[in-house]
Ligand binder design. Structure first.
Ligand SMILES: [Zn+2]
Ligand SMILES: [Zn+2]
Length: 241
């Protein structure tokens, strides 16, 4: 396995040159050593299982989603036996959140979400490309978020249940990681961050006093917490029933 180390302050390392350059330019705080696998992930599970030296645990341990690191804890997959419509394998974890495709599969396993098999096979996406901050509705305008990572959010990252169409927050030119649901009490610890405070105080279309008083994790006005994969700053999205 071709591994290397580099220094970026990311909880979920993005092992790309552009991130390293950006992190360096931002003067990201105290860097921490990460171990990254330089070799690109195999595109299908069949390729993965054909790789020499890969034990069966590599296939049975579900993939981690760097843009949705809490996907399993959040219930975006349910424990249910079935055959994945994308890879035809018998699985125990079924994807439960949004998938936009003409022909909707009944059962998608996390591996087929993560490696793009599901998106390719069903010509679908898990998150709306235009819902990602930095992707303009007008195709003539410049995309201001890393395209490769935005594509990973759209095509290889679980969506999350929300009242309206999902929004995916970005920061530092990259899509953020979706962490989970937050209420009025939860958000107080992030209000010291200027960009998060700006989101709360009118930046996402709701009056600040409403979000500070009535935001809930699962009620009529729901908060969605994101964290920048480069600098660690938090961002908020909220929507209502
Ligand atoms: Zn599958
Ligand atoms: Zn950032």
């Amino acid at each position: 396995m071709n591994e290397h180390e580099h220094e970026v302050d990311l909880d979920q390392p993005l092992c790309t040159d552009s991130v390293r350059r950006r992190a360096a330019r931002l003067g990201v705080g105290t860097p921490r050593r990460h171990r990254c696998i330089a070799r690109p992930a195999p595109s299908t599970e069949r390729e993965r299982s054909r790789r020499p030296g890969v034990r069966s645990t590599a296939v049975t341990t579900p993939p981690v989603f760097r843009f949705s690191p809490n996907a399993y804890e959040l219930g975006l997959f349910e424990e249910r036996s079935g055959r994945c419509d994308a890879c035809d394998s018998d699985r125990e974890l079924r994807y439960t959140a949004s998938f936009y495709a003409v022909d909707k599969p009944d059962y998608l396993c996390p591996w087929c979400v993560a490696d793009g098999t599901a998106a390719r096979r069903f010509k679908g996406s898990f998150n709306d490309w235009l819902g990602i901050d930095g992707v303009p509705v007008d195709p003539d305008e410049a995309v201001t978020v890393d395209r490769e990572c935005a594509s990973e959010v759209a095509n290889r990252t679980p969506g999350y249940p929300s009242w309206q169409q999902e929004r995916w927050r970005s920061h530092c030119g990259f899509p953020c990681a979706f962490l989970g649901y937050v209420d009025s009490t939860d958000i107080t610890e992030y209000l010291v961050e200027p960009d998060f405070a700006a989101d709360v105080d009118g930046g996402i279309g709701f009056p600040g006093e409403v979000l500070r008083d009535y935001l809930s994790r699962d009620g009529d006005l729901t908060g969605y917490l994101f964290r920048c994969v480069v600098c660690g700053a938090h961002r908020l999205h909220a929507d209502a029933s």
